[in-house]
Design a protein around this ligand. Sequence first.
Ligand SMILES: *[C@@H]1O[C@H](CO)[C@@H](O)[C@H](O)[C@H]1NC(C)=O
Ligand SMILES: *[C@@H]1O[C@H](CO)[C@@H](O)[C@H](O)[C@H]1NC(C)=O
Ligand SMILES: *[C@@H]1O[C@H](CO)[C@@H](O)[C@H](O)[C@H]1NC(C)=O
Ligand SMILES: *[C@@H]1O[C@H](CO)[C@@H](O)[C@H](O)[C@H]1NC(C)=O
Ligand SMILES: *[C@@H]1O[C@H](CO)[C@@H](O)[C@H](O)[C@H]1NC(C)=O
Length: 430
Amino acid sequence: MRVILHSGVIAGLVLSLAWAAPSGTDGHEGHDHGNHAADHHHHLHHGDDEPHPQHKGQYNALSEPNTEFAFALYKKLSATPEFQSKNIVFSPLSISMALSLLALGAKGETFSQLYQALGYAEMTPETVNKAYEHILHMLDHNQDIHVDISNGIAVMEGAKLIDKFLKDAKHYFESEVFSVDFNKPDVAVQEINKYIAEHTNNTITDMVKEIDPETVMMLINCVYFKGKWEKKFESKTAKEDFHVDENTKVAVDMMHSEDLYEMYEDKENFTTVLRLPYEGNASMIIVLPDEGKMKEVEDSICRHHLKHWAEAMKEGCVHVEMPKYNISGEFSLKDTLEAMGVSSAFSDTADFSGMTDMKVKVSKVEHEAILKVNEKGTEASAVTIAGVVLTSLPLHPPKIVKINRPFYAFIVDYNTSSVLFMAKISNPTA
Ligand SMILES: *[C@@H]1O[C@H](CO)[C@@H](O)[C@H](O)[C@H]1NC(C)=O
Ligand SMILES: *[C@@H]1O[C@H](CO)[C@@H](O)[C@H](O)[C@H]1NC(C)=O
Ligand SMILES: *[C@@H]1O[C@H](CO)[C@@H](O)[C@H](O)[C@H]1NC(C)=O
Ligand SMILES: *[C@@H]1O[C@H](CO)[C@@H](O)[C@H](O)[C@H]1NC(C)=O
Ligand SMILES: *[C@@H]1O[C@H](CO)[C@@H](O)[C@H](O)[C@H]1NC(C)=O
């Protein structure tokens, strides 16, 4: 009765540092350039990770702040007109990590605003950096689940970075430093995109379209995830209606599975929550608002709900109907981050003296993510037998969770208590 489904997700985040005011060399003031160039591209994504209450690993230090940041960012994004009733997908962990790497070279107000926005105000850089070191280490050593996180630092040929920054970036963030000739924008675009493609298994291949002329450095964080469902979906996928809203329905490929799953019906908060485990220690958490209640859930959803639901879920026989989907999104995060208090990093007074002696600021922060859920995939055949077979039939008829209206999906890694990806799927066919 089981078939395979695999879900793969990818995200990339690019930060580019542009000259703010070149330190007195040619009097060319680059401040406005950075801002304008960033505005050309409105790609944006954000995300952060979520702690899982039951597990108290040492790296849990970041679970709460990262999850809080993920929701804060999500709320800001979903409130922008551009994303009304649209699909949203991003990797919270990718964004938190990239900004933390940036903070490694920041000082003064630039630093404190980043830490404040990330929720690390009460923590020392040492605690934060060590936590990332641990997350990266844990994710490197998983067998069943494929999670690849990489931090690349592309530096202008000849540019000097502070030794301590390079050392810490390598030590805590496993950063790979490579030089790029940003004076040749076409070549630089190609090289950066190649790095991204290599670290996302070729799922994101042309994220960078152009390079601001004053760019001296780019921080690149890539997260690649590939997981196989522990409980396979059946082969009877068929076209069914998905209700985007009261007046709009689209035909989707609806997958089916009937098995033991953890779920929770939170009537008071108008939601059904379902855990779809992957092989290994990660799950997709589906949050399905009751019919007509998306607005209420959207307004109230937060870290505490996720935590409450994780604790309240109980195993039972569930008949799951979930659409296959393949969604992507790209955003510019600059405005959102500024709205969250990170302004110094983007301004001419930015202080990245921990990173370089040059006067630099951040010109843009962009995020792109892809989320594909289906029942095929190269690894599917390897897991066909792994499905958990029901040994006893439940006394109650199975609960039905029919995901035929907008829902949320969170990919959570329990070993590191991280929300790897967060998505709102308003229209699986978009
Ligand atoms: C969690 O850790 C275990 C044991 O180290 C490993 O087998 C598993 O693949 C890990 N899962 C994830 C998602 O990292
Ligand atoms: C990368 O993608 C290819 C083609 O889709 C797939 O065969 C391979 O398993 C993927 N690699 C990893 C590490 O998931
Ligand atoms: C609704 O959500 C709140 C906040 O997370 C929680 O305290 C409450 O228990 C939830 N209601 C139910 C019935 O679970
Ligand atoms: C997913 O969608 C992208 C474009 O949005 C497309 O390039 C890609 O081939 C699709 N992948 C699958 C597996 O359908
Ligand atoms: C899953 O993660 C939890 C928390 O880190 C850990 O206690 C448990 O052993 C892990 N399970 C596996 C199978 O790795």
